[in-house]
Design a protein around this ligand. Structure first.
Ligand code: ADP
Ligand code: MG
Length: 292
């Protein structure tokens, strides 16, 4: 494209709240045939809220919440924030944990009042040989409704399930429909479990889901799609998404997300809404049409 048409395109983008960092990004966006969306904070608001507590026999709801909140206190994961906020809101006394350790993509462990607390995915508990029994069914029920279950174990025994819900952004479904109308394949990519991811995907009209992807493997999934001959856009907000944003042909960061994601991306969507992706691609198509 000519320098003038690039300038015009970039300017129009800025007016629409879309910051395009390079001429190359504006020129490449019209070729995208696949757009990969991170789930948490991109398709959803990324402000999860604790909605349910199902203690196992021998635990009370408050006692379980206090133990898990203590274990999660030093975690930066949005799920942890939701759990700690719920404990505070219920005015529970949350003990100070020691020996905190975060298990990337799976959960946390810590010692609370001399007890070993583990909180996270069903796989995290299974990995250390804890039998979740009927809690597995409860967790699956929550997942089917699009909530993320946090399973807890205390001293090697299953102690309960907490359910955390994250709202889908107002215009996610509309933006995804518009992308598909432009002939673009839309894929959702997440570290969350497949059942929850599939439920959220159904709510917004996405039919291809890559779930249970560990943070360090998100970029591999982008390269795998490129290996299929696709030109791939990636939209994300988190620190975890930065390598995938950099690997994509065009990386688009949610403006309300982390600085690390914004720095790794070619485009920033200031409002944080997915409709910005549609506008960016339309703008690129218009820019490239004008110069041919
Ligand atoms: P995402 O942010 O897409 O959910 P992550 O890789 O951060 O992906 O986490 C994957 C899954 O691991 C989460 O969906 C959650 O089930 C579990 N998990 C991660 N961190 C925590 C935590 N601090 N507490 C409980 N569960 C966690
Ligand atoms: Mg995210």
């Amino acid at each position: 494209a000519t320098p003038l048409s690039i300038m015009v395109g970039t300017g129009k983008g800025a007016q629409a709240g879309i910051l395009i960092r390079s001429a190359e990004a504006l020129e490449t966006a019209h070729k995208l045939d696949t757009v990969v969306l991170d789930k948490t904070g991109t398709v959803t608001e990324g402000k999860p809220v604790l909605t349910d507590i199902r203690p196992a026999a021998g635990f009370g709801a408050d006692g379980l919440l206090a133990l898990v909140a203590a274990a999660e206190a030093d975690s930066e994961h949005p799920l942890a924030t939701a759990i700690v906020a719920a404990a505070r809101q219920s005015r529970l006394t949350v003990p100070v944990a020691s020996g905190f350790d975060s298990i990337t993509g799976k959960g946390v462990q810590a010692t609370v009042d001399g007890r070993a607390v583990l909180a996270g995915t069903a796989r995290l508990l299974a990995d250390v040989g804890i039998h979740t029994g009927e809690l597995t069914l409860i967790a699956e029920e929550f997942s089917t409704q699009g909530m993320t279950p946090v399973l807890a174990a205390v001293d090697g025994r299953a102690a309960g399930v907490l359910a955390v819900a994250d709202t889908v952004k107002d215009d996610s479904a509309q933006a995804i429909a518009a992308l598909r109308q432009l002939g673009i394949d839309v894929v959702m990519l997440t570290g969350d479990n497949a059942r929850t991811a599939t439920a959220i995907a159904a709510q917004v009209g996405v039919d291809r889901v890559l779930a249970e992807v560990l943070p360090e493997h998100k970029a591999d999934e982008i390269r795998r799609l490129q290996g299929e001959g696709r030109t791939v856009g990636m939209v994300g907000d988190g620190i975890n998404d930065a390598p995938a944003l950099a690997a994509a042909d065009v990386g688009l960061a949610i403006g309300t997300g982390t600085d690390v994601a914004i720095e790794a991306a070619d485009v920033t969507l200031i409002s944080g809404s997915l409709s910005g992706v549609v506008t960016a691609i339309r703008l690129s198509r218009a820019t490239m049409r004008n110069i041919r």
